[in-house]
Design a protein. Structure first.
Length: 142
């Protein structure tokens, strides 16, 4: 009986490690670091050299009412099209954006003139590392 409980405990521990490891490794990125989300943001190169992974979160910090965070497609991002399709919108000043799939994600501030003055960000989200392959334990010989 004790061996069966120990084996069950080992299987549960391995399953928990495999399932929960991606959650434990998520990174919270404060966009703009101590300067936050601000005018002329794109001139800082903030995203350069950073690796964003599926499961990470972007924290946009700014004065509520002074800015916004809008997620758009590439064409609207490039042209700062304020009338384009919004894929997401945040206005609290303490916004958390969860990166839930790989690929490029484009953001800008929708206050007129802010995007044109560089308040925009693109991040390239990488697929999370695949879960480790765990070989099944040999069946116990009872």
């Amino acid at each position: 009986m004790a061996r069966r409980q120990a084996l069950l405990l080992a299987v549960v521990a391995v399953a928990a490690t495999v399932c929960l490891a991606p959650l434990a490794s998520a990174t919270y990125w404060m966009v703009g670091d101590e300067g936050g989300w601000r005018a002329k943001f794109n001139q800082t190169g903030w995203a350069d050299g950073k690796t964003f992974m599926v499961g990470d979160n972007l924290l946009f910090m700014y004065q509520q009412g002074a800015h916004t965070v809008i997620q758009v497609g590439k064409d609207d991002f490039v042209s700062c099209n304020l009338q384009g399709k919004q894929l997401g919108s945040w206005t609290s000043g303490n916004d958390i954006v969860h990166l839930d799939k790989p690929g490029k994600v484009w953001f800008f501030c929708s206050v007129p003139g802010h995007c044109d003055n560089g308040m925009k960000l693109v991040v390239d989200v990488q697929d999370a590392a695949p879960a480790p392959v765990v070989s099944p334990a040999p069946a116990p010989q009872w």
